[in-house]
Write a protein that binds this ligand. Structure first.
Ligand SMILES: *[C@@H]1O[C@H](CO)[C@@H](O)[C@H](O)[C@H]1NC(C)=O
Ligand SMILES: *[C@@H]1O[C@H](CO)[C@@H](O)[C@H](O)[C@H]1NC(C)=O
Ligand SMILES: *[C@@H]1O[C@H](CO)[C@@H](O)[C@H](O)[C@H]1NC(C)=O
Ligand SMILES: *[C@@H]1O[C@H](CO)[C@@H](O)[C@H](O)[C@H]1NC(C)=O
Ligand SMILES: *[C@@H]1O[C@H](CO)[C@@H](O)[C@H](O)[C@H]1NC(C)=O
Ligand SMILES: *[C@@H]1O[C@H](CO)[C@@H](O)[C@H](O)[C@H]1NC(C)=O
Length: 406
């Protein structure tokens, strides 16, 4: 159903604003002072996590799926409220720097709440609950949730050991182009995000359905495990037919596509096997292109699904016969070279190859993800998961200088 004309026009206006801002943000790319990259030999002996690259363990919280969606996040928001406010204030400052006089945030406060109405259940109601429990205006909570669709760069790996056990590990790098703090040599948003990192145990009838490493206030999922069935992470995929077009379409009322972080959540909540997850992730129409990295509970079950908005472009799966005992994804199509300024793939593969399948474990995967530039100034957390045991462990990271900004 179309709404009356005026609202429609206002929404289009806002869509164009948002587009412009996102494009400005994204195009203020690279400053040459960071070249050449800061790389190093493959790390060893980093686990158990300790020392300057380890900023702390991640705290566990429970979300009870038997509660109405609007109540589910209340406990987390009670504790994390002031950190969420700080983070949102940082985003507002950045927005004001781009478009002075608070116009942008006015727009967010007035217009984004309308978007929440268009989101599918239970996400619409959960977002309202997050806003109510945190005291942050709904539009700003919606913006915060939208951000992950756009600014997430990462490294994800699924590896099979010699016993057929699958280990899935990832670094979540977030905050690219969102304000470099020259004095501190850090990303403003990345630093503000670290206190928001939480592990969440999603339960039904008091037993775990799935678990994730997430950010307080975000209701989608970027990293998660369905114990004994599968593990799942998402990496952003930059493409001309990118997130902005999908987001624009959404604002203009074409709403048959799914936000990528919401699809991940739905799959973890409702798919019960690797194969079922693989099908949903390959076939559901998306708002933005993405890489889904999926691990299973038995030999051969590990893959990268490269998605355009409408279809799966490629499926790269573990294949022991072809000597492919792991799959690894950063933010570039696996059949193409990575951007030379941002090659985390080659160093990560080098370290995986050096480790060998015979010696792969949670411990050695942590070593790979602790090696610069796989570890960089954007790295917020490292999570390691194992479907067979249902284990998820996560650590907040730091990358003291000298360290690549991304
Ligand atoms: C396996 O990894 C551990 C930890 O990094 C290392 O100490 C050990 O030397 C490695 N073993 C082999 C056989 O490569
Ligand atoms: C620099 O970073 C530290 C911790 O990372 C933080 O406590 C401090 O406030 C930051 N300084 C500035 C000027 O942002
Ligand atoms: C839920 O499970 C925990 C342990 O997993 C137990 O201590 C608690 O009593 C259970 N609560 C209910 C309502 O069954
Ligand atoms: C999972 O399925 C149930 C039952 O169909 C539905 O109520 C719930 O909203 C779904 N969860 C998500 C996140 O889509
Ligand atoms: C692997 O997952 C499938 C689907 O959920 C399940 O039927 C099977 O029992 C699991 N196998 C193991 C070894 O956990
Ligand atoms: C790692 O090993 C694979 C498989 O043998 C090979 O294709 C790839 O080029 C190697 N990569 C690096 C960076 O060593």
């Amino acid at each position: 159903m179309r709404e009356p004309g005026v609202g429609h026009l206002r929404r289009r206006n806002m869509a164009l604003w948002l587009m412009c801002v996102l494009l400005v943000v994204k195009c203020s790319v690279v400053s040459p002072q960071f070249v050449p990259p800061y790389t190093e030999e493959c790390r060893t002996g980093m686990y158990p996590p300790q020392g300057p690259t380890f900023k702390g363990a991640v705290t566990w919280y429970t979300v009870d799926l038997d509660l109405p969606p609007s109540k589910r996040w209340a406990a987390i928001m009670m504790e994390k409220r002031s950190d969420v406010v700080k983070m949102i204030d940082e985003i507002k400052d950045l927005a004001d720097a781009l478009v002075p006089s608070g116009k942008l945030i006015d727009l967010v406060d007035k217009e984004l709440p309308l978007i929440v109405d268009t989101l599918p259940y239970p996400f619409n109601e959960e977002l309202r609950g997050v806003a109510a429990a945190s005291g942050v205006p709904l539009g700003e909570i919606a913006l915060f949730n939208l951000f992950y669709e756009v600014f997430t760069v990462c490294t994800s790996i699924v590896a099979e050991d010699t016993t057929g056990n699958l280990i899935h590990a990832r670094n979540l790098d977030f905050g690219l182009f969102l304000g470099w703090d020259v004095k501190n040599k850090s990303w403003l948003i990345t630093e503000k995000l670290k206190p928001l990192v939480v592990n969440v145990d999603f339960r039904r009838k008091n037993s775990t359905v799935f678990k994730s490493t997430s950010f307080a206030g975000y209701v989608g999922i970027l990293t998660g495990i369905r114990p004994h069935a599968f593990t799942l992470t998402i990496n952003e995929r930059f493409s001309i037919d990118g997130g902005y077009i999908g987001i624009l379409e959404w604002l203009l009322h074409h709403r048959d596509a799914m936000w990528m972080g919401f699809l991940t959540r739905s799959v973890l909540e409702n798919a019960t096997s690797y194969e079922e997850a693989k099908n949903s992730l390959s076939q559901t129409k998306l708002l933005a292109p993405a890489y889904y990295i999926l691990g299973g509970n038995q030999t051969g079950q590990g893959c990268i699904i490269t998605r355009s908005r409408t279809e799966s472009l490629s499926l790269l799966e573990i294949n022991l016969k072809m000597n492919r005992w792991y799959v690894l994804e950063t933010n570039y199509d696996h059949w193409k070279d990575p951007l030379f300024l941002d090659d985390r793939r080659t160093p990560a593969m080098k370290c995986m190859n050096q480790t060998t399948q015979a010696n792969i474990s949670i411990k050695t995967m942590y070593d790979v993800l602790s090696t610069k530039p796989v570890l960089n100034k954007l790295t917020t957390y490292t999570t390691m998961m194992e479907a067979s045991t249902g284990k998820l462990e996560a650590y907040i990271r730091d990358c003291p200088s000298p360290c690549m900004p991304w």
